[in-house]
Design a protein around this ligand. Structure first.
Ligand code: APR
Ligand code: ZN
Ligand code: ZN
Length: 382
């Protein structure tokens, strides 16, 4: 393939390209021609090269988590900067980048705090689907189309704020590293940053999809001695074991609640539990699976919009810690490029999480692979 020259002749102009539009929930995405505006001040236009399909994209299409439609979904992307708006200094045309849902503005309270990573400029917790100036850069058939989490990667070109764009190594293989934009850091960081899994510990991972599998990699890297994987889809078990899961459980094979099974198996409950599914029921099960006095439970899954978690406070009074994290608590622009380096040094096995690759136009097949539980991660190639 001929290498594109940068800066491109498209800079400053509207680009017409293909994108997958989510017009409504519970319907296939439609590949349409869209117009993508040039980046405004502080913004970057990116040519998308690959994008993973994440459980969060599917939650939106199934109507569980709400974001305004029509929209261009997708957030786990890798691409090349096509052009930059006024004042952009951290990336230039031609740079390889990842599209990150959680910005790092380096100015807000969260960014300035030593541990905080939920940048106040993020549009991810209660999304409005617009750029910070309240407008969108996408038009389809004369209609304005929302973005998703300030990213939108199911399109040949997208526009993002500079603060959400992570510049990565020029040698990184873009058809693989896209999953380092969301699934991998979300799971891996939950284990190594949020829970701070200790050597010799027992961990339980609820959900063995893309995110849960990355949790397993993190637990293993941190030296966990036992990793119990829980999923209702037993097709996930063989791969999970190859990644480091020591015991696999299907809750449907037990009459008693799975938390009771875990407590009995471990004798005392687990040191660390992780919820990587996104249902209230499995969040409660994860909390009750950890040791009553020193157990730590980390919520990663995105719950249905408006849902409430109800727990007996005495389950916390006994000493358990209930935590959550967003994108693995990484300061995204600082740390995610370092994870890419770790991948390049073969320290994080990203490739084994990518079970399928499809051309972008087969996006609906990709969603079907996720829904039917056939894939861990399906990556779309543009
Ligand atoms: N009990 C056990 N496992 C379940 C249950 C359940 N009740 N419901 C679903 N699962 C399993 C599925 O079989 C699947 O293997 O959870 C896994 C979810 O994985 P994916 O669909 O691949 O989703 P993933 O991308 O891993 O995201 C998981 O993390 O970031 C969040 O929004 C995301 O909430 C989602 C979660
Ligand atoms: Zn995601
Ligand atoms: Zn910030």
């Amino acid at each position: 393939m001929k290498q594109a020259k940068f800066p491109m002749e498209t800079a400053g102009k509207v680009i017409t390209c293909r994108a997958a539009i989510a017009w409504t929930i519970n319907a296939p995405l439609c590949i349409e021609e869209v117009e993508v505006d040039p980046p405004k001040a502080g913004e970057v236009r990116i040519k998308i090269i690959s994008s993973g399909i994440c459980g969060s994209d599917n939650h939106i299409l199934e109507g569980k988590t709400k974001t305004p439609l029509p929209a261009i979904l997708g957030h786990e992307g890798a691409g090349v900067v096509e052009s930059i708006g006024e004042g952009v200094s951290s990336v230039k045309p031609g740079d390889k980048v990842l599209t990150i849902t959680v910005p790092q503005c380096r100015k807000c309270d969260s960014c300035l705090h030593a541990k905080g990573n939920c940048c106040l400029k993020a549009d991810v917790i209660y999304p409005v689907g617009l750029m910070l100036d309240g407008t969108t850069r996408f038009t389809c058939r004369g209609m304005k189309v929302h973005n998703l989490f300030g990213t939108s990667t199911f399109t040949e070109y997208t526009v993002m704020h500079e603060i959400s764009v992570a510049k990565i190594d020029d040698a990184a293989p873009l058809e693989k590293v896209c999953i380092l934009a969301c699934g991998v850091p979300t799971g891996y960081g939950a284990a190594v940053n949020t829970a701070q899994v200790t050597p010799g510990s027992t961990c339980v991972v609820f959900g063995l999809g893309g995110v849960g599998s990355a949790v397993v990699l993190g637990c293993r890297a941190a030296g966990a001695a036992r990793i119990i994987g829980i999923d209702i889809n037993e097709r996930k078990f063989a791969r999970a074991k190859a990644l480091g899961v020591t015991d696999c459980l299907n809750p449907r094979n037990f009459k008693k609640p799975i938390q009771q099974v875990v407590v009995e198996m471990t004798g005392v409950g687990a040191d660390f539990t992780f919820e990587a599914i996104g249902t209230i029921e499995t969040m409660v099960a994860a909390l009750e699976s950890c040791n009553l006095s020193y157990g730590v439970c980390v919520i990663i899954g995105v719950s249905p919009t408006g849902s409430q978690l109800s727990v007996d406070p005495m389950k916390l009074v006994s000493g358990r810690t209930l935590k959550g994290c967003l994108l693995g608590e990484y300061k995204t622009r600082d740390h995610i490029p370092l994870l890419v380096e770790d991948y390049m040094k073969k320290k994080i096995d990203v490739n084994s999480l990518i079970t399928h690759s499809l051309p972008f136009v087969k996006i609906n097949e990709g969603f079907e692979l996720l829904r039917s539980g056939q894939c861990i991660r399906c990556v779309l190639i543009f």
